[in-house]
Design a protein around this ligand. Sequence first.
Ligand code: BTN
Length: 259
Amino acid sequence: MAKDSLSADTIKRGLETRFIGQRVLYHPSVTSTMEIARREARQGAAEGTLVVAGEQTVGRGRSKHVWLTPEGNIALSLILHPGLSCLPSLIMLASLAVARSIERVTGLSPQVKWPNDILINGKKVCGILIESDVQGSTVNYTIIGIGINVNLKPADFAEIREIATSLSYELGQEVSYLSMLRCLLTELESLYLLLLSGGSLYEEWRAKLVTLGKKVRVISGDTVQEGIAEEVTRDGGLLLRRPDGEFTRIVAGETSSID
Ligand code: BTN
């Protein structure tokens, strides 16, 4: 969709959510939606406030990677105020909402690489970044940042062409940005409400994982560990069986397959 026809109003029109996306801050071009969302959250933005960018000039990925967001692709940051007990499940929530919305809008079959990369045919189509401000047992705010390659041409970007894909590339035709965005917001809200009412996202998330049973390398900060990804725990942690047979539980990191 052309950058100038997107606006907070076009995004909200026809959106059937109760609170997610009912306040939208749309920026045609911005450094990173995470920066805007953090500023908003610190000023007390309401739950469900959404920051959307037409393009990001300094999009942030995990582990200090850059995240490319040219026009036509989804880059958003969502502000939530969950309880402390919900925090571990937000990884499952975000990745499931993305996977479900891709399935519904395109019919493609995405999978999840632990903890929350979304892959199609083995290549990354979406990245998720979650930041929380916690003081004691109080969560001041959480920001879920989601970037989806909707209409990206991987061949145009040498730095990611071997590892990334997009919905339009996989489908062989352009994908409606607004359909994808609205469906994603609807799924985010319905999964969040399920979580708040005590429901579990674990089984559905686990069923979409490509990582289980694979030999993997996991980088968490300065620590690199290798082993078999045996299982995931109900709070989203990875149980790795190391070469010495011992199990170790990893709460966050970047996995790569070493088969
Ligand atoms: C990853 O490295 O896999 C996470 C990528 C997260 C990208 C999204 S795009 C919207 C939001 N704004 C950012 O600068 N990053 C996140």
